[in-house]
Design a protein around this ligand. Structure first.
Ligand SMILES: Nc1ncnc2c1ncn2[C@@H]1O[C@H](COP(=O)(O)OP(=O)(O)OP(=O)(O)O)[C@@H](O)[C@H]1O
Ligand SMILES: [Mg+2]
Length: 409
């Protein structure tokens, strides 16, 4: 892939399917050149429950993205999430191959391969092997050991695994929609690329993406992913609480939640009243914004409480100076950031997808954090590949130069 070539990100969410099209500008900056979004009908809690409907949603989103970008879309990077996501730490160790002990890209590939070897239950597969740090002859905290001198190369990794069924169903939907999967990327890893600043990842930060059916948690520290988990909760629960509490249809509850919803009753005025349509054509009733907020608050607290428990289990709770970044559609609920700060006892900010150009302002929303993040991930991958190729070409010239000197003398 060269500069200017098209990159595509596909986020198959519980609420919407989003296809984002981008390209790398000559300055290396990611430009969004089109997008398409379609309501998601076959996904629950992040996983495929209905193939036909999911395929239809993907096709619709692709068609819209093709129309807007004027490019034909046949594949790209696909986000994956499931409550079966698990993360394990592992180590790999190899002897450096070069007799002069200069570490090459090849040694790094070998040590990562060694770290990948873990005993997995037969129904699981590896999605990512993420290096946290390399260790050369006992010296740790090395991010890129290529070119260093040493005899023993070790790596500490975070291995993200998922059940085969979750992967297979998603792959099947993509294939049926005519979308070739270039790479599967963990949703929270993608969202992190879009909404987190490198300094936050370096310092230590928790990313919480609260969508419609799932909440993705990721801990980043020293620049890379250290922990990830997915909870089967999201904004859909808030919508159904409102539908029951206000005796209104789900679609009305959803609309009311987005327009008037607030997670902290204390932030709402006493006298703001709205009309709420009733079920079965009965007379509309009235509800105050405060009452709506008092229905939302306990569910929002429950979701945040589950996130807190999960972080306590991961032993990262409270250890990360970067605090918490909330993203995903539900993070847009008024008062959610304030409530999260209260519940978690840590600084919280709302994460918008940043550092992209083109049409990015049109989809500048936490809803598109994963979709845009997939492109940012693809762009980063592309840049690393280019560096590798350039590095190899440079090494090739150096080897030729060495040989020329040897032949000369
Ligand atoms: N302005 C808003 N205020 C409150 N909630 C909102 C707002 N906008 C969207 N939402 C809620 O966000 C949720 C959808 O978020 P998002 O698009 O991030 O989910 P998704 O990626 O499709 O699903 P998931 O990640 O759970 O699989 C829905 O529950 C929706 O009601
Ligand atoms: Mg999502």
């Amino acid at each position: 892939m060269a500069r200017g070539d098209t990159m595509v990100g596909l986020d198959v969410g519980s609420t919407k399917v989003a296809v984002i099209v981008g390209s790398l500008g000559s300055d290396g900056q990611l430009q969004i050149i089109g997008f398409g979004s379609a309501p998601s009908a076959g996904i629950r809690r992040g996983s495929v429950i209905d193939i036909e409907n999911t395929v239809r949603s993907i096709e619709e989103a692709i068609e819209k993205a093709e129309q807007m970008s004027g490019r034909s879309i046949d594949g790209g990077y696909v986000g994956i999430t499931a409550t079966s996501v698990a993360s394990i730490n592992n180590r790999g160790v190899v002897a450096v191959a070069d007799p002069e002990q200069e570490i090459t890209r090849d040694d790094v590939d070998r040590v990562l391969q060694a770290a990948r070897v873990i005993a997995l239950p037969h129904d699981r597969r590896v999605v990512h092997v993420i290096p946290r740090q390399f260790i050369v002859d006992g010296n740790d905290s090395i991010l890129d050991p290529v070119g260093m001198i040493g005899a023993r190369l070790e790596v500490e990794t975070q291995i993200v695994t998922i059940t085969n069924a979750s992967v297979q169903n998603l792959l099947k939907c993509c294939e049926r929609a005519g979308f070739r999967v270039q790479e599967l990327v963990l949703n929270s890893l993608a969202s992190g690329e879009a909404v987190l600043f490198p300094a936050e990842k370096e310092l230590g930060v928790v990313l919480v993406d609260i969508g419609g059916g799932a909440t993705d948690i990721a801990v980043f520290d020293q620049g890379s992913l250290w922990y990830s988990a997915v909870l089967p909760v999201g904004g859909d629960y808030i919508t159904s609480d409102l539908a029951v509490g206000l005796r209104t249809p789900l679609n009305q509850a959803e609309e009311l939640k987005k327009r008037m919803g607030c997670a902290l009753p204390a932030l709402t005025p006493d006298n703001e009243i709205v009309e709420v349509p009733s079920v079965g054509g009965q007379k509309a009733q009235q509800a105050s914004k405060k009452m709506i907020a008092s229905i939302i608050q306990p569910r929002a607290q429950e979701i945040l409480g589950l996130v807190k428990n999960q972080l306590e289990k991961s032993r990262y709770q409270g250890l990360l100076p970067g605090g918490i970044v909330l993203t995903g559609g539900t993070a847009l609920t008024e008062g959610m950031v304030e409530l999260a700060a209260e519940e978690m006892g840590q600084p919280v900010r709302l994460g918008f997808p940043e550092a992209v150009g083109g049409l990015a302002d049109v989809i500048h929303s936490p809803v598109f954090a994963t979709g845009i993040g997939l492109l940012a991930y693809a762009a980063k991958r592309h840049t690393t590949e280019m560096e590798k190729t350039e590095g190899l070409a440079w090494k090739d010239s150096l080897d030729k130069l060495k040989k020329w000197f040897k032949d000369l003398f």
